[in-house]
Design a protein around this ligand. Structure first.
Ligand SMILES: C[S@@+](CC[C@H](N)C(=O)[O-])C[C@H]1O[C@@H](n2cnc3c(N)ncnc32)[C@H](O)[C@@H]1O
Length: 235
């Protein structure tokens, strides 16, 4: 794990992560619209857990462990999908899951009913236009979402707005590799991977700079370790 700054303390911008060009760099070569993404996930809903369940599960488990959610904390999961994370949350916290896909949410509702899960509310909502008051949550968590949405910076700004001061904003995602050869491949496949639900080339330093977020830690997860768990603290 790379711990960039002391967790939960105000931190200066890290120069390596936020290079001077990051503020204006293009985040991805692939452009998508909400309608396109919604259509992809309407189709994916029935096979999502099979296709993206086991491979991405170590990252989900690690993220929940890393969060160390305290009793009574209010968590917002952005892009809750089929609710695959829901059984991982501790019982004594209050989780709100939002997603804009009715088919994915239907699977999540089935899971909650089937497993008798409590302390969850599931709402249909656009991550770029959250219907919550400022500072409503202690933790705002986006597992495997930020490379899916048309405007990651807008979503990150909404996530920060609804997080309380001192709360955590957490992204679990694949980002563009710093290795030039690998990143060239990721950029070339991104216009195709959007058809299975994500951009393969979201530029993490540019994203963080444009969203004005300073990470307190970045940890590589999953096998191969090409996904990152990025934790930020709201000032
Ligand atoms: C890759 S899935 C992640 C699901 C789950 N969080 C997980 O850990 O596997 C991305 C989810 O984000 C949802 N999504 C995409 N764009 C969205 C948006 N603008 N607002 C809300 N949900 C969105 C999709 O419908 C899908 O359920």
């Amino acid at each position: 794990m790379i711990t960039l700054f002391e967790p939960h303390k105000p931190a200066p911008v890290d120069e390596d992560l936020l290079t001077s060009s990051s503020g204006t760099a293009q985040l991805s070569v692939a452009a998508v619209e909400n309608d396109f993404v919604a259509a992809v996930y309407e189709k994916l809903a029935s096979v999502y857990d099979l296709a993206f369940g086991p491979t991405l599960q170590p990252g989900r488990i690690r993220a929940l462990k890393h969060m160390g959610i305290a009793d009574g904390e209010r968590v917002l999961e952005v892009g809750v999908g089929t609710g695959i994370n829901l059984p991982l949350y501790p019982k004594a916290c209050a989780v709100t899951g939002i997603d804009f896909s009715s088919s994915m949410l239907e699977k999540a509702r089935d899971r909650v009913a089937r497993m008798g899960l409590r302390n969850f509310r599931l709402l249909q909502m656009d991550a770029a236009d959250l219907k919550f008051a400022d500072g409503s949550f202690d933790i705002v968590y986006a597992p495997y979402l930020i490379s899916v949405v048309p405007d990651p910076v807008k979503v990150a700004c909404e996530m920060r707005r609804v997080c309380r001061p001192g709360g955590r904003i957490i992204f679990l995602n694949h980002f563009l590799s710093p290795n030039p050869m690998v990143s060239r491949v990721e950029r070339s496949i991104s216009p195709f991977t959007i058809h299975i639900g994500f951009k393969a080339d979201l530029d993490l330093p540019a994203f963080l700079a444009q969203a004005d977020l300073q990470p307190v830690s970045i940890e590589k997860v999953n096998v191969p370790r090409i996904w990152s768990l990025v934790t930020c603290v709201k000032d």
